[in-house]
Design a protein around this ligand. Structure first.
Ligand code: FES
Ligand SMILES: [Fe+2]
Length: 360
């Protein structure tokens, strides 16, 4: 028998801090969709985001490229930007303390009264850069290594998602949730359909729970396809598609819905006619913010995709309810992990990856 994670991994503040240090500070984190992050920000747009104790400024350059920097002055460490989002005056960031000024590319271009300081070279004191990659509109941040190569690190899932041509899809709508559960319970819930007959009777009619297989079985990316039932074309309230089958898919892919977890902040669920993406923002050991995005062909209206959104909103809420009940259960000092079933291989793989990343 293989058993699940112990209680401390869901409730203990020290374990949470270790996760911030070992996982969130060292992985690619999805921090949002570009359209949502820079909505109404205008030219020289900035947006602040938080990962653990790291406050990060995202800057959208004139070219459209997004760069990320630590929001920390290189003089005496003052927080540079306090607004959540907006537009940079003169395309510069000026420190509110002694007015050191940084250009949009992070370069220090003004440091009053510093020129007589021996050996002071402004080029040594630009803003500290953070790894940043725009993946088909998902802004991905890597705190630990500015040279980290997203395309290499994400190669297995990029390869798997190729047929859906995500770069050709547009965000249609987003639904936001606050879940009172640890982020790993949300990952584990998404990674099995053992619970589908009890928790999701409607979903189970569209994709019967025994039709699941996996094609990514170890490491940071896990999951695989589920068969649609004979009477279903996609996941929506009536099982009918919301639009055409996406152009890159073969006959086989058009009869499947895929479920992938991207450790530690994302799920991707490509359907025959749309892609659903969950952004997972762990906020504390017992609280997680979840954003659920729906992407489809350009010009897909929110009305058109509504049958998919309504069906998934129901499934999401059903899932959050059992995740919250599980959080309440594992908080009990009496909790000890039980054995996994044969329908939970991706949880065993998730736990293995998690334990490896967390190990000393
Ligand atoms: S702390 Fe920023 S200029 Fe002094
Ligand atoms: Fe579920």
């Amino acid at each position: 028998m293989i058993f699940g994670l112990e209680r401390k991994h869901f409730v203990d503040p020290a374990t949470w801090e270790k996760e911030v240090d070992r996982i969130f500070s060292k992985s690619w984190n999805c921090v949002g969709r570009r359209e949502s992050l820079f909505d109404h920000c205008g030219a020289n747009a900035f947006r602040r985001i938080q990962i653990g104790d790291n406050d990060i400024i995202l800057l959208q350059q004139e070219s459209g490229q997004v760069d990320a920097f630590h929001n920390v002055c290189r003089h005496r460490g003052t927080r540079l930007v306090s607004e959540e989002s907006g537009s940079l005056k003169n395309a510069c960031v000026t420190c509110p303390y002694h007015a050191w000024t940084y250009r949009c590319d992070g370069k220090l271009i003004g440091a009053p009264n510093m020129k007589d300081v021996e050996s002071f070279d402004p080029s040594d004191f630009g803003l500290k850069r953070v790894g940043c990659h725009d993946w088909c509109g998902f802004i991905m941040i890597n705190l630990c290594d500015v040279t980290a190569d997203f395309v290499t690190d994400f190669a297995p899932i990029i390869q798997q998602m190729q047929a859906w041509q995500m770069d050709q899809l547009e965000l249609v709508t987003t639904v936001e949730y606050e879940v009172n559960a640890n982020w790993k319970l949300i990952f584990q819930n998404y990674s099995e359909c053992y619970h589908c007959p009890t928790v999701h009777p409607a979903l189970n009619r569209l994709t019967p729970y025994r039709g699941a297989t996996n094609d990514l079985e170890e490491g940071a990316f896990l999951g695989g396809p589920m068969q649609l039932s004979d009477s279903s074309e996609t996941i929506s309230t009536d099982g009918k598609r919301i639009g055409e089958i996406l152009p890159g898919l073969n006959e086989n892919q058009a009869r499947l819905v895929y479920y992938y977890t991207l450790f530690p902040t994302m799920f991707l669920s490509p359907h025959p006619d749309y892609v659903m993406a969950h952004e997972i923002h762990p906020r504390s050991p017992g609280r997680t913010q979840v954003l659920c995005h729906f992407l489809s062909k350009p010009k897909t209206s929110t009305e058109q995709i509504q049958r998919a959104v309504t069906q998934w909103d129901q499934v999401n809420r059903e899932d959050w309810e059992v995740c919250e009940l599980t959080q309440l259960g594992v908080q009990s000092p009496s909790y000890t992990p039980g054995p996994y079933s044969h329908l939970e291989p991706m949880l065993i793989a998730f736990d293995q990856h998690y334990r490896r990343v967390m190990s000393d």
